[in-house]
Design a protein around this ligand. Structure first.
Ligand code: WT7
Length: 653
């Protein structure tokens, strides 16, 4: 059964509700009636949502589920995703509307209109074509939050090439495995990036990653920090030399609704990340629809800001595709929230009159820690909708967000979804739902999500179990790149009899039937809203010459949701397990995977608790990591192990 993190149990006793104001409800994009329409005829509902887009050829069938779990949505339809995100707004007379208010970390800014974005994307598309990139090819992108990142993604979409964006904080090893898995032909990166007021290298990491990478023909380098970077003759080209020289004319070709749009790697329960594959028509339909109804977005009026990085799915769906399809005016900020001061976000909201703000619980808790007086210094009265994503939001953080950022009246929408779902699945509607702190509440109109027990039977109100998606949805993943078997196995085998998608999250219904998410039920950790597998960190640890064995758990953490805690057995008795050794191991993990995977704590232990079949009992290690009384040890092969571990830790070894 679901192993519930004790920190989350308090969520379930929350019973305050916050209905929308009459004024908000009266102007909202979606009304309560949408739920009935979504239920009454799901396909008709989605066909209506697909009309938000411009199609070159209309579809002949809404959904083809005959080859489940491989879905086809809007069968026979053709469209160009980039045209939908850019050109059509210019054609409709909105060329002068700002698409992106970009704010660089050092304080430099750029405003980019839709007309300018169209030129930039067209030039970048021509640039890729000039390098021999064609529809179906893969382009890896490792860039920080600069406009070129968005332009590069849209340029790929425009010519039908798949992008594979790799988070800027990932190590060369992590980048290389993604480049190889997708056999990327081109890599786009920058010379360096600003991070906490300092320039950090980017191209140098990419060079290290690509040493001997056979698929890569060209590397395009955006100049950002201006530091010297070696350019490899015949392989590397500067963005400003290549792209700026291109024509701004490019005729977008219409691609099939199921033409692949991108691959995005995410951690699973094994060490090897999965390349989640998304396609065009259904993905754009659901990202545009959800961005419109969940954030109540009004094109030309709202100023929207999603604080995610394009390296994660939130950046793909809620910075690039959904918002731009909806003719958003949005803020894109390059840097960290406390550079040069802890009021940076509030200052940006004040300056640009941001009205919709979408961020993660971990950041909200960080803001709380920095103090109420910081946001209080700024005029945040433009804010009218606040969103949360990435992990369960605790009621304290939810209430603080509403009170201190939303002036006690902006609705807070807690949005549950995943890289695999492509778009928001469970969330309140801000003009309809009486929101509850800590609960994502109900599936959106057109979507179905239920909580089931071990046997796949829906649990009654008040009951808990696993979250499943029991009906296909337009932005669902179409597979794992190059691994159909793993796709079936990971998501569709657990409840194969029922044909349900297994999300990997524990969940519970409250007495009103609202859904509360309880965290992962597999060996996946959620650190600051980032998904990291315990196995990945364990492999990184054992790749260090001093480590004999390692076990990793996610322990609840007041700021990051979960923190990574590692237990290691060192090789040979002579090895010293002191501070320096531990520090060295933490850095080793950061080097192998990226700084986001650096363990919060590493405990050197003489033994690991294992069952008789040799499986590590992470539950007991979590008890240690969370300073709890150690639970049931009867299935341990050697019951004295936990005493050894506890004794070792108490003596400070
Ligand atoms: C996992 C997906 C969705 C974009 C960011 C993360 C957790 C996500 C919530 C939420 C409770 C949440 C789940 C999910 N999660 N949003 N609102 N409430 N849990 O995407 O890296 O694919 O991770 O994040 O555990 O399975 P991801």
């Amino acid at each position: 059964m679901t192993e519930q993190s004790p920190g989350l149990s308090n969520l379930l006793t929350e019973n305050r509700t916050f209905p929308p104001s009459d004024e908000f409800a009266a102007q909202a994009n979606a009304t309560a009636e949408w739920y009935q329409r979504g239920d009454a005829d799901r396909e008709a509902f989605w066909a209506e949502q697909a009309e938000r887009l411009s199609w070159d050829t209309k579809w002949t069938q809404v959904l083809d589920w005959s080859n489940a779990p491989f879905a086809k949505w809007f069968v026979g339809g053709k469209l160009n995703v980039a045209y939908n995100c850019v050109d059509r707004h210019v054609e409709a007379g909105h060329g002068e509307q700002v698409a992106i208010h970009w704010v660089g970390e050092p304080g430099d800014t750029r405003d980019i209109t839709y007309a300018q974005l169209k030129d930039e994307v067209s030039k970048a598309a021509n640039a890729l074509l000039s390098l021999g990139v064609t529809a179906g090819d893969r382009v890896a992108i490792q860039l920080q939050m600069i406009p070129e990142a968005i332009v590069a993604m849209l340029a790929c979409a425009r010519i039908g090439a798949l992008h594979s964006v790799v988070f800027g904080g990932f190590s060369p090893t992590a980048l290389r495995s993604r480049v190889d898995d997708a056999a990327a032909k081109v890599v786009i990166t920058s010379d360096g990036q600003y991070r906490r007021g300092k320039a950090a290298p980017m191209k140098a990491n990419v060079d290290q990653a690509l040493d001997g990478a056979e698929s890569v023909e060209k590397v395009i380098v955006v100049r950002r920090t201006g530091e010297d970077v070696p350019m490899s003759e015949g392989r590397d080209v500067w963005w400003h030399e290549l792209v700026d020289a291109q024509s701004p004319e490019h005729k977008p070709e219409a691609f099939d609704s199921e033409h692949p749009l991108f691959i995005l790697y995410t951690s699973g329960t094994t060490g090897k990340p999965k390349g989640i594959l998304h396609t065009s028509g259904g993905y754009l339909t659901q990202t545009a629809y959800t961005h419109n109804v969940v954030f109540d977005h009004k094109p030309g009026k709202d100023v929207y800001w999603c604080t995610a990085d394009i390296g994660w799915v939130t950046g793909h769906s809620y910075i690039v595709y959904g918002p731009l399809a909806n003719r958003v005016t949005q803020v894109v900020y390059e840097g960290t929230p406390n550079t040069p001061h802890e009021g940076r976000h509030w200052e940006i909201i004040q300056n640009y009159k941001v009205s919709i703000y979408y961020t993660a619980p971990t950041l909200i808790r960080t803001f709380m820690k920095w103090g109420d007086d910081i946001p209080a210094k700024y005029d945040l009265s433009s804010l009218r909708v606040l969103g949360s994503v990435g992990e369960p939001i605790n009621p304290e953080a939810w209430i603080w967000y509403r009170e201190h950022i939303g002036a006690g009246k902006a609705p807070v929408v807690d949005t549950w979804w995943q890289t695999e779902t492509g778009a928001i699945m469970i969330s309140p509607l801000p003009g309809v739902t009486a929101t509850k702190p800590g609960s994502a509440q109900t599936a959106l109109p057109g979507i179905s999500a239920i909580v089931v027990d071990d046997a796949g039977k829906e649990v009654p109100a008040g009951g808990g179990g696993y979250l499943v998606l029991d009906k296909p949805w337009p932005s669902m993943l179409r597979g794992i790149w190059g691994d159909d078997e793993r796709f079936r196995e990971t998501y569709w085998s657990r409840f194969a009899d029922q044909g349900y998608y297994f999300a990997g999250d524990g969940a519970k219904y409250d007495n009103d039937g609202d859904i509360w998410l309880l965290g992962r039920v597999d060996d996946v950790m959620n650190v600051s809203g980032h998904r990291i597998s315990t196995t990945e960190v364990e492999s990184a640890l054992v790749s260090h010459p001093t480590v004999a064995e390692a076990a990793v758990v996610g322990a609840s953490d007041p700021t990051t949701g979960q923190g990574i805690v590692a237990f290691v057995i060192l090789r040979g008795n002579a090895v010293d397990g002191g501070d320096a050794a531990v520090q060295e191991l933490r850095n080793h993990v950061a080097k192998e995977i990226g700084p986001i995977a650096k363990p919060r704590q590493i405990m050197v232990v003489p033994e690991l608790p294992k069952t008789r079949s040799g499986k590590i009992m992470r539950r007991l290690l979590r008890d240690v990591a969370e300073n709890r009384q150690i639970g049931d040890v009867t299935t341990l092969a050697d019951s004295s192990v936990m005493d050894l571990i506890s004794a070792g830790l108490q003596s400070g070894k």
